[in-house]
Write a protein that binds this ligand. Structure first.
Ligand code: CP
Length: 307
């Protein structure tokens, strides 16, 4: 089985068959990751280039490890020490990389749409590792895998996504994916952080966090981008935390077997209290573990090795 198309750019344009294929393949790669020797020859001879124009810990490391676990050659390009600082354009950069026979370019960029532009130019596969406030598809896939693993299903679950919905590529990709797989999604945050018309995506909006949390199965907290405070989206971090920080008291509003998720990096005490992020309902580090299996699955299914 293969994915339709050569690239993975966004969840919006993916069919449920492709999403489910990635989740099932990721489950089988989890078994590889539990072996003593966590390496398979699947992508031997393939070359993967990580091109991250924005900082990353989880996504970049897990793509690198995913490639290495499958015996690919993996190169990391750091813009600050590349010819990008001399003014080389994105298009010229990726064309030059592909001229060295790369098979995959994994790109994170502050401009929404950058991976789509690159995918139209390159013959090899392009994977979107986060483009502006638009999409972060592999984050949503690892979140879907974690929910399915922990809850046994996705269909019919009540899921609250809380925080800066307007600027979150994680929220957007998750909304598309969760709704395609039959979940009921609620979003909550300050009015300045909820995009106008978001209901059209099929979500319910609650400006009061307590109402959004009532009887949910899954709470997905988003990182508050502290840099946005300067743009006046919320008065102070203390005020934001008072209204939207996930505390043990607020967790009690959800179902007894709730799971708590966060894509990372977390701002402790701002959007989530340390007692909750390190507490018994948190699956935050399991999300990171699943990120490796999901990225192995995506690389494998796009590689042409999966016939
Ligand atoms: N979740 C996520 O994208 O984390 P990084 O920015 O560390 O990759």
């Amino acid at each position: 089985m293969k994915l339709s198309g050569k690239d993975l750019l966004g969840i919006k344009e993916m069919g449920t068959e492709d999403i489910n294929l990635i989740l099932e393949t990721a489950e089988s790669f989890k078994e590889v990751l539990e072996r003593d020797i966590k390496k398979v020859p699947t992508l031997r001879g393939k070359t993967i280039v990580n091109l991250f124009y924005e900082p990353s810990t989880r996504t970049r490391t897990s793509f690198e490890l995913a490639g290495k676990r499958m015996s690919a050659d993996v190169i990391n390009i750091t813009p600050s020490v590349s010819s990008i600082v001399k003014g080389e354009s994105l298009i010229d950069t990726v064309k030059n990389i592909e001229s060295m026979s790369s098979d995959f370019i994994i790109i994170r960029h502050s401009a929404a749409g950058a991976p789509y532009l690159v995918s139209r130019i390159l013959k090899g596969s392009v994977i979107n590792a986060g483009d502006g406030s638009h999409e972060h598809p592999t984050q949503a896939l690892l979140d879907l895998l974690t929910i399915r693993e922990k809850m046994g299903r996705i269909e019919g679950l009540e899921i609250a996504i809380i925080g800066d919905i307007a600027h979150s590529r994680v929220a957007r990709s998750n909304i598309y994916g969760l709704i395609k797989l039959g979940a009921n999604v609620r979003v909550s945050g300050p009015p300045t952080m909820i995009p106008w018309g978001i209901e059209r995506l099929g979500v319910r909006v609650f400006y009061k966090m307590e109402e959004a949390l009532k009887d949910v199965d899954v709470i997905m907290m988003l990182r508050i981008q502290i840099e946005r405070q300067e743009k006046g989206l919320f008065p102070t971090l203390r005020e934001y935390a008072k209204l939207y920080c996930l505390t043990p008291e607020r967790v009690k509003l959800a179902k007894d077997k709730v799971i708590i998720m966060h894509p990372g990096p977390i701002n402790r005490g701002v959007e989530i209290s340390p007692e909750v992020s390190d507490g018994p309902y948190s699956v935050i580090l399991e999300q990171v573990t699943n990120g490796l299996a999901v990225r192995m699955a995506v690389l494998y299914l796009l590689s042409g090795e999966a016939e």
